[in-house]
Design a protein around this ligand. Sequence first.
Ligand SMILES: C[S@@+](CC[C@H](N)C(=O)[O-])C[C@H]1O[C@@H](n2cnc3c(N)ncnc32)[C@H](O)[C@@H]1O
Length: 93
Amino acid sequence: MSELSHMLDYMYENMDGRECVEDYHDRHGTQTAGILTVYDDERAGLIIDRLYDRIAGKVVVEIGGGIGLLACHLAGVAKRVFCIECDLMWMSC
Ligand SMILES: C[S@@+](CC[C@H](N)C(=O)[O-])C[C@H]1O[C@@H](n2cnc3c(N)ncnc32)[C@H](O)[C@@H]1O
C-alpha cells in the first residue's frame, strides 16, 4: 500500500463524520461529501494528458482541489496553479 493510501485511510478513519468536523463545516457553511476522485498519480496523469493542450504554459485555477494531487500534476505543465479547497481535512493533506 502506498504512503498516499495510508494517509487517506488515516484521514477517513480519524476525521470523516466526526462531530467536531461536522460542527466546523456547519459554522463555516462548507459541508462537503468528503469524496475524492483524484487519489493516485495514474489518474492525475491521465487527466493531465487529456488537458495538456489547454493548460500548458497557462495560469490554472482548480476549485475544490481535494488533497491537491491534481494541482501538483498541473504544476508540472502549467505556468502557475492556484488550488482552492474549503475542507480542512483535505487541506491538511
Ligand atoms: C467531489 S470533491 C473532489 C475533490 C478533488 N477535486 C478530487 O477530484 O479528488 C469536491 C471538492 O470540492 C470542495 N469544495 C466544495 N465547495 C467548495 C468551495 N466553495 N470552495 C472550495 N472548495 C470547495 C470540497 O471540499 C471537495 O473537496
